[in-house]
Design a protein around this ligand. Structure first.
Ligand SMILES: [Zn+2]
Ligand SMILES: [Zn+2]
Length: 505
């Protein structure tokens, strides 16, 4: 199906392929027609050739840029455009939304939409409501809620030439897959988006479908039931992959001593303060902060006061998320602390030109410069304490780990990749937007930790627990299974399709 060609699917149903956009479907009844997902709108010129004099309506299955990009430049809409009611916030013009569509892309965790329209469109009717009807071309049209490409996405049912035809948008793709499956990630760590998509597919499975017309990929004429069943299973597998990563491993917290200031003493030279920070105090009285976060600075002051105000001589961060590094500059200014970052961690943070254009969750508002950049794997000694460092991708690719020998124990500072099983499913989550990597990320990180066997894990967000080999064997196994679940959803069966968004500068 070449770009620009009109393909007749049945007597009254046509498909128009919009090149790099989505497929547009046109339903004709004598000289009247309705269109589903206008895409680049290049089909408008073909209407006279198809004998169409009146365009009755245009329907959108969802708000994505590809579905409606041709509407931006039309002086006047050729007819009423109907869109899902809950997609109003993306489609309606509004300077606060469309002055910079990055606003919609830079949510805290995941963006509200991975593909918002680049410009607002006026006069759209937001009257497509699941389970309601419209009457067009003398027939009843029904809408089913099939979230996935946006939470408001619908499938549209239409009787055409004696067949029950479903226009499914991007809810289902040929072969029981999902076009650009990262759209299912409505938050950074749960499978909520996948579960919503699964419900939508189950809804479709209950409907008689003679012809399935998706927005991307070919029309599905045969084995529609098995296609939907396969997708339903794959979505559940993906949902489970978003769950527990080290099932039933005991948390085994390290006993700590509560201090008057609210911080805790883990061992004579190691403290945890605020939500994320660790303080290592050397015998010299100088201190090193791991994961300095602005919100934790008052807790750090209180802890320092209780310890006789040790000078903060160094700080480092396990990863680029703002709650792990946004106070690095402040420590440099207040104490002259050296900021030491692994190259993986500093990549999104510096130089400012990269930091400014990067689309990534929880990027600190200001760039962060390292005074000392650690490369690859290595060791250093600071104030008599030996440190090992290495890249530790997992929750995000831009993640590193440190192991320090403190008070006779090897303490791993592991950031957000690993958590006790009772918290956040044992991890800080995985999602494409956060540049999580499964086989290339969690697996080598686990292998590395199994080799170097720390005694204690000092994880992000204040949990300190004993290292358990079994946990890391299970996480490596989970990561392989999770990647298979991701791959199965990709139309190309290559996980790169899932990981490819957003493009990294
Ligand atoms: Zn889409
Ligand atoms: Zn994080």
């Amino acid at each position: 199906m070449g770009r620009g060609a009109v393909i007749r699917i049945t007597d009254h149903l046509f498909r128009f392929d919009n090149g790099d956009g989505c497929a547009t479907y046109l339903i004709r009844d004598r000289a009247r027609a309705i269109v589903i997902d206008p895409g680049r709108c290049e089909w408008i010129d073909q209407l006279p050739r198809l004998g169409i004099e009146t365009l009755e309506a245009i329907y959108l299955t969802h708000h994505h840029h590809e579905q409606l990009q041709g509407l931006y430049d039309l002086k006047r809409l050729p007819c009423t455009v109907h869109a899902p009611a809950d997609d109003r916030r993306f489609i309606e013009p509004g300077p606060e939304r469309f002055g910079d569509s990055r606003d919609l892309l830079l949510g805290d965790g995941c963006p509200a939409s991975y593909a918002p329209p680049r410009r607002g469109i006026r006069s759209v009717a937001f009257d497509v409501v699941p389970n309601s009807d419209h009457y067009r071309l003398g027939r009843r049209i029904r809408f089913l809620h099939t979230p996935g490409h946006g939470s408001a996405a619908v499938s549209i049912l239409f009787d055409i030439d004696g067949m029950q035809v479903v226009f499914s948008g991007d809810a289902v793709h040929h072969g029981g897959t999902v076009w650009e499956p990262f759209h299912l990630e409505t938050d950074h760590w749960t499978g909520a988006g996948a579960l919503a998509a699964w419900e939508g597919i189950e809804r479709l499975r209950g409907v008689r479908i003679d012809l399935l017309c998706p927005s991307h990929g070919p029309v599905v004429r045969r084995a529609i039931g098995p296609t939907l069943r396969r997708l339903s299973r794959r979505l559940l597998r993906f949902y489970h992959a978003k769950g527990q990563i080290s099932p039933r491993v005991a948390d085994r917290y390290v006993p700590t001593e509560a201090l008057g200031c609210g911080a805790v003493r883990i061992s004579p030279h190691l403290f945890q303060f605020g939500s994320n920070g660790y303080l290592v105090v050397a015998d010299s009285g100088r201190a090193l902060v791991v994961d300095p976060c602005g919100a934790d600075m008052a807790a750090l002051s209180a802890l320092r006061a209780e310890l006789g105000n040790p000078e903060v001589a160094r700080c480092t961060a396990t990863h680029y998320h703002l709650d792990h590094c946004d106070a690095a500059d402040r420590l440099r200014e207040d104490f002259g602390a050296e900021v030491v970052l692994h190259e993986r961690v500093s990549w999104p943070l510096w130089p400012p030109e990269r930091h400014r254009i990067l689309r990534a969750p929880w990027l600190p508002p200001s760039p962060v410069r390292a005074d000392i950049e650690l490369r690859g794997d290595g060791t250093f000694t600071w104030e008599g304490i030996d440190f090992e460092y290495f890249a530790a991708p997992g929750q995000t690719w831009w993640h590193a780990a440190l192991i320090a020998r403190i008070d006779g124990r090897r303490v791993l500072f592991s950031g957000d990749t690993i958590q006790p099983s009772s918290r956040w499913n044992g991890t800080g989550g995985f999602c494409a937007y956060n540049r999580s990597r499964l086989r290339e990320g969690f697996v080598p990180t686990c292998k590395r930790l199994l080799r170097c066997k720390p005694d204690v894990v000092a994880a992000g967000h204040g949990t300190v627990f004993f290292f358990d080999r079994r946990k890391f064997v299970l996480i490596a196994r989970w990561a392989r299974t999770a990647e298979r679940a991701v791959k199965a959803l990709c139309p190309s069966r290559r996980p790169g399709e899932y990981y490819r968004w957003p493009a990294t500068p």
